[in-house]
Design a protein around this ligand. Structure first.
Ligand code: AGV
Ligand code: CA
Length: 322
C-alpha cells in the first residue's frame, strides 16, 4: 500500500522512554501522513539513554527522516525501572535490519530534553499534540521553566496510570496501585494533573484489553514481505519472554496510545476527575477524586478489532519520502 499524499497537518512532539513499544510507536508516527513530527525527546526511564538514542536515530534514518531532531534527558526519576527492562532494547540495535543502519555524526550531539522542548514549542507553527509514552517529567520541567508555552499545547496524550484496575508496579514498600510511567516520577505526574492542560490519558484500564499475543505475531509474520511488518515483528519478538509470563504480560501500551492520533474514533472516553498520589506507599496511584476539579479525558475502552486491523494495514506501507 502506498502512503497517501495528503499534507501533514497535525504538529506532534513525541517524548518516549526507550521501551520496545516506544520504538514501535515512533514507527507508527513516521507512517502517519497527517503527523508533522516536530521532534523526539528520550526520557531515560525504561531504557539506558545511549541505546535508546541510537535506536531512535536508526529508525529515523530508515525512514529517511534525519531532519527530525532528537534530545536526551538528564533527569532521573526517584523510582528507577528494573535494569533488565532498561537493558533490553540494546538487542534492537543488533537486529539484522538495524545493525548496519548508519546514523551520521549529528547523532552524537544532543540537547537536554527541557531546553529542546522549549525550543521546539516556541517554534511550533500551531498548537501541538504532545505525545508521551514514558514518564511526564520532561514536559513538566519545560513548562516550569517557560510557563507561557502551555498556550502552544493543544492536547497532551499520555500513556499512564491505572484508574479502576490495579497497577503494574510490583516492588518493595509499594501497594501495587501505580502504573510505571507515573511511578517513576510521581511528583511530576501530580503537577501535570494540576496544570489544567487538556490531558488525554490512556491508562492500563484500556491497554490491558490489548495484549501482544502469539496470534497477533503470527498474523503479522504472514505479511513479513513488507519491510516494516518484518521490522515490527522482530521488535515484538524481543518481548516474548513476557508473553505470557507468570507475572508480566507485554501489552500494546504505547502502541495503542499512539494509535489514538490516527483512529480516535475507535476509542471510548470518559471525563473523570483524577488525582495522583505524589508520595508514600501508593506513590503514583491515579485515582478518582470527585472534588479535584482535575478533569481528564480518560480512555475507558477501545474497539480491539479496529485497532489491530489498523496496525496490520499501517505496517504494509512503505516510507517513501517525497
Ligand atoms: O507501564 C507501561 C509502560 C509503557 O510505556 N512501560 C512499558 C511501556 O513502554 C513500563 C512497563 C511495564 N511493564 C513492563 C514495562 C515490562 N514487562 N517490560 C518493560 N516495560
Ligand atoms: Ca514507554
Amino acid at each position: 500500500m502506498q502512503p497517501s499524499s495528503s499534507p501533514a497537518t497535525t504538529p506532534v512532539f513525541f517524548d518516549h522512554d526507550g521501551g520496545v513499544d516506544d520504538f514501535l510507536s515512533l514507527l507508527l508516527l513516521l507512517h502517519m501522513r497527517h503527523v508533522q513530527l516536530l521532534g523526539v525527546s528520550v526520557t531515560p526511564a525504561d531504557c539506558y539513554l545511549e541505546n535508546a538514542l541510537l535506536t531512535t536515530h536508526k529508525l529515523l534514518a530508515l525512514a529517511q527522516r534525519n531532519d527530525v531532531e532528537v534530545s536526551g534527558g538528564n533527569y532521573h526519576g526517584m523510582n528507577a525501572f528494573p535494569s533488565d527492562w532498561r537493558a533490553k532494547p540494546k538487542i534492537l540495535n543488533a537486529l539484522p535490519s538495524m545493525i548496519n543502519v548508519e546514523v551520521g555524526p549529528h547523532a552524537a550531539h544532543y540537547d537536554d530534553n527541557t531546553a529542546f522542548i522549549i525550543r521546539r514549542l516556541e517554534a511550533a507553527p500551531a498548537p501541538v499534540t504532545f505525545l508521551m509514552t514514558g514518564p511526564c517529567s520532561s514536559l513538566v520541567h519545560a513548562l516550569e521553566q517557560a510557563p507561557s508555552l502551555r498556550e502552544k499545547i493543544a492536547e497532551v496524550v499520555w500513556m499512564g496510570g491505572a484508574v479502576d484496575v490495579i497497577g503494574n508496579v510490583k516492588t518493595y514498600n509499594h501497594n501495587g496501585t501505580a502504573e510505571w510511567n507515573v511511578f517513576w516520577d510521581p511528583m511530576s505526574a501530580h503537577k501535570l494533573f494540576r496544570s489544567g492542560l487538556p490531558i488525554t490519558l490512556v491508562p492500563l484500564d484500556t491497554t490491558n484489553t490489548v495484549p501482544v499475543s502469539f496470534d497477533f505475531l503470527k498474523k503479522l509474520a504472514s505479511q513479513a514481505g513488507y519491510f516494516f511488518s518484518n521490522l515490527a515483528g522482530q521488535f515484538w519478538a524481543t518481548t516474548i519472554d513476557t508473553i505470557p509470563a507468570y507475572e508480566y504480560t507485554y501489552f500494546m501500551w504505547d502502541v495503542l496510545t499512539t494509535s489514538y492520533l490516527a483512529i480516535p474514533e475507535a476509542f471510548q472516553f470518559e471525563m473523570i476527575e483524577l488525582e495522583v498520589s505524589p508520595s508514600s506507599a501508593d506513590a503514583g496511584n491515579t485515582y478518582r477524586k470527585p472534588s479535584s476539579g482535575q478533569w481528564v479525558k480518560t480512555a475507558v475502552g477501545v474497539q480491539k478489532e479496529r485497532f489491530y486491523e489498523f496496525l496490520f494495514e499501517l505496517l504494509k506501507q512503505d516510507l517513501v519520502v517525497s
